[in-house]
Design a protein around this ligand. Structure first.
Ligand SMILES: *Cc1c(COP(=O)(O)O)cnc(C)c1O
Length: 706
């Protein structure tokens, strides 16, 4: 039995379990209530379970299940016949070094804020599945991103619970001398030290740099406190530790990457450290630049100007003074590398410009975003047409296995080996779908929606319990649950994402009378579930949350419009699996890709979205709905008015009637046909296996230049 106990512990030490349904079932089975309470963190779970109990539990069926899953885990780890072994052996020999300021791998590891992190998390999982030798570099944020709760007025408040290394599946990185490995970077006039943690994500390793050690003055310890926390000064310090510190860590570990992938501009200072190394070796500047450029690739993630870090010349001078003295790079040369206007080195230093200057290939994250990025950065390249700008695109995907709920995973496995075979191609998906009856598909939908509704009541109940204050929704007091409840018979719309203002969360409330008629239709009603965090400094985003909460309490919407606090990966998983329609109404073309809508598809959810980000590529008229046809207006009031009108009319004339049109067997056959079309056309294309293969073939392998 000791062996089984140690197999169980072994499973907790690699986040592989987070995309294995059976592994998750083991932890849940150990104690369903504790599992919820520890936020699905198995390391924490086992800290609450005695060895006696665990040994005893391993002596029955659970023990057999643990051994079976551990066996599967070990064969996954040792599988030699991977996609990369066959198609990209160069990327098996030397690793891809992937730098990102956040990684959203699982809700229990709180080192992410939103879509960028979730994408990085899904990327690293697929890289592992495909057998690419892959190391991620990020920071260890002691406080993570905030936990959101709302006061009685619906105003967002933030809370920063600490996360402790002992409660996470991370190991301290040890140097060759057997002591903690410590690297250092120069910031202003100080030497700032960082230790490192490693986190196993399947076959991949994520390194987390951590300045929270006694060797540092307290304000430098706090660099690794919060994801995107603090002011500009904090931001530049974080980016130095991530970029420069990251390269130093790889050097100290003796890792020689095949390629450096800067996922968003935050990590672009890594190029300076690579450059400094070449200069130190006596390579002349211009040649050194070429060498570095040939080793790096860059992905840009947003057309929103505020999403691109820019630092003042003074701040750059102050922060890099000692670094430049030691590395032999001139300050004006540095400023030139980050100047949008090459004739003016006295302006701002833009991280995206630095990254573009030092990458052999760059990309946006959807076809449309590629076009927008080429226009956005055309002036850097001095070319007459945006088409000549060397920025391509690879459209974002999701890691399908991570986003499949247990129910959904079991459902598909009745008809096929696993989700990888289902999503291998459109043809493969169609073959599987042909084996499934409409009754079974509709049964899945009901079951998932019921699970979501059950979850929402538990969740609202917990909110009530934890706050000991006024509840946001007093009507959900359990004694009154019968009244005004969500119903699985009702068309359910979901909207959840960061509350950046361009995403326009409250758009559906533009005409309250019309929305009232839609939601409270006597025979074809609708209910809507919202969730999302606003950045702590974004009062406009917080006001959007407040507005939605206020609307949700109006008598006509009470119990039919719900806002769920503290959106995170766990809440996202529940929502994307339960809702019928996933709503997305950003201002086009501000949504670079968006991925949340891709997560709903294998659960039988349908997308209803502005033709922005990934949706113009995926939408075929039959696999969901669009809001308008990509019309854009200079006046934002005009844009909101137009898009809201399209949103309402499409709901009224197409979506709602299709959902409620049932045949003689009480099945919504046209709706089910759309679900089938969405699964066949979207799931095989908009996943990270396809995306990471694209990165490998188009960006990581450098066969032409070698
Ligand atoms: C998928 C996801 C996002 C990104 O959603 P978008 O569609 O890009 O807006 C953000 N946060 C969480 C928790 C997610 O799961």
């Amino acid at each position: 039995m000791r062996k089984t106990v140690s197999s169980c512990k072994e499973l907790t030490r690699n986040l592989w379990w987070s995309w294995d349904t059976e592994a998750k079932e083991i932890f849940k089975e150990l104690s369903p209530i504790l599992w919820e309470r520890v936020n699905h963190n198995p390391v924490e779970l086992l800290r609450h379970i005695s060895n006696e109990e665990l040994q005893s539990r391993c002596q029955c069926d659970l023990g057999k299940k643990i051994e079976r899953v551990a066996e599967r885990f070990r064969s996954y780890m040792n599988e030699p016949a991977t996609w990369a072994a066959a198609n990209a052996p160069e990327l098996v020999k030397n690793p891809v070094a992937y730098f990102c300021a956040e990684f959203g791998i699982h809700e229990s590891v709180r080192i992410y804020s939103g879509g960028l992190g979730v994408l990085a998390g899904d990327h690293i999982k697929s890289a592992s599945d495909l057998g690419i030798n892959f190391v991620g570099i990020t920071l260890f944020y002691k406080e993570g991103y905030f936990r959101q709760y709302l006061n009685h007025d619906g105003w967002q408040l933030e809370d920063y619970p600490l996360q402790y290394a002992e409660s996470l599946p991370i190991e301290k990185v040890i140097g060759p001398d057997g002591k903690d490995l410590i690297i250092s970077v120069n910031i202003a006039q100080s030497e700032v030290f960082a230790q490192a943690w490693s986190l196993k994500v399947g076959r991949a390793t994520l390194y987390l740099l951590d300045t929270n050690i006694p060797a540092n003055e307290s304000h430098y310890r706090d660099i690794c406190c919060r994801v995107y926390g603090g002011d500009q000064n904090m931001r530049i310090n974080q980016e130095i530790v991530l970029g420069i510190g990251g390269v130093k860590l790889l050097n100290a570990l003796g890792i020689d990457p095949a390629v450096y992938h800067m996922n968003e501009g935050h990590s672009a200072f890594l190029t300076l450290e690579l450059l400094a190394k070449e200069l130190e070796a006596g390579i002349p500047m211009e040649e050194a630049k070429k060498i570095i450029k040939n080793r790096c690739v860059f992905t840009t993630h947003t057309p929103v100007p505020a999403g691109h870090d820019r630092f003042s010349r003074d701040m750059m001078h102050y922060t890099f003074d000692r670094y430049l003295q030691q590395s032999g790079i001139e300050f004006d040369d540095l400023m030139l590398l980050g100047s949008e206007d090459r004739s003016n080195i006295y302006g701002l230093f833009t991280m995206t410009v630095l990254a573009l200057n030092f990458s052999r290939a760059a990309n946006g994250v959807s076809k449309l975003h590629g076009e927008v990025s080429r226009q956005m950065w055309q002036k850097l390249y001095g070319v007459s047409s945006a088409d000549e700008v060397p920025i391509g695109h690879i459209t974002n995907g999701i890691h399908s296995q991570s986003w499949a709920s247990g129910v959904t995973d079991h459902f598909w496995r009745k008809y096929t080996d696993n989700l990888d075979t289902l999503t291998a191609s459109r043809q493969a998906a169609e073959e599987v779908l042909a084996r499934i009856s409409d009754e079974e598909l509709w049964c899945l939908r009901y079951r998932l929606k019921r699970n979501l509704i059950d979850f929402i009541y538990r969740y609202l109940g917990n909110q009530l319990f934890h706050q000991h204050t006024h509840s946001m929704y007093p009507e959900y007091d359990s004694s009154r649950l019968a009244k005004n409840t969500l119903s699985p018979d009702v068309l359910t719309i979901g909207f959840a994402r960061r509350f950046a203002t361009y995403k326009r969360a409250p758009l559906v409330f533009r005409d309250l009378d019309r929305l009232n008629r839609i939601i409270n239709h006597p025979t074809m009603p609708v209910q809507i579930v919202f969730a999302g965090k606003a950045h702590p400094h974004d009062d406009a985003g917080k006001d959007y949350i407040r507005q939605i909460v206020e609307h949700s309490r109006r008598p006509q919407f009470s119990g039919k419009v719900i806002f769920l606090e503290n959106y995170n990966l766990g809440v996202a998983k529940r929502m994307v699996s339960g809702v019928d329609v996933w709503l997305n109404n950003p201002v086009r073309p501000m949504e670079a890709s968006g991925t949340s809508g891709e997560k709903t598809v294998l659960h039988g959810g349908l997308n209803f979205s502005v033709l922005d980000g990934w949706w113009p590529e995926a939408f075929n008229g039959e696999n969901g709905w669009s809001i308008g046809h990509g019309e854009t207006f200079d006046d934002y009031q005009e844009q909101d008015r137009f898009d809201a009108e399209k949103l309402y009319s499409t709901l009224e004339n197409q979506i709602i009637p299709t959902y409620y049109e049932h045949d003689e067997n009480n099945l919504p056959v046209k709706w089910l046909k759309k679900i089938r079309n969405a699964i066949a056309t979207i799931a095989p294309e908009y996943n990270t296996h396809r995306m990471v293969r694209d990165y490998a073939e188009k960006y990581y392998l450098n066969r032409n230049n070698d």
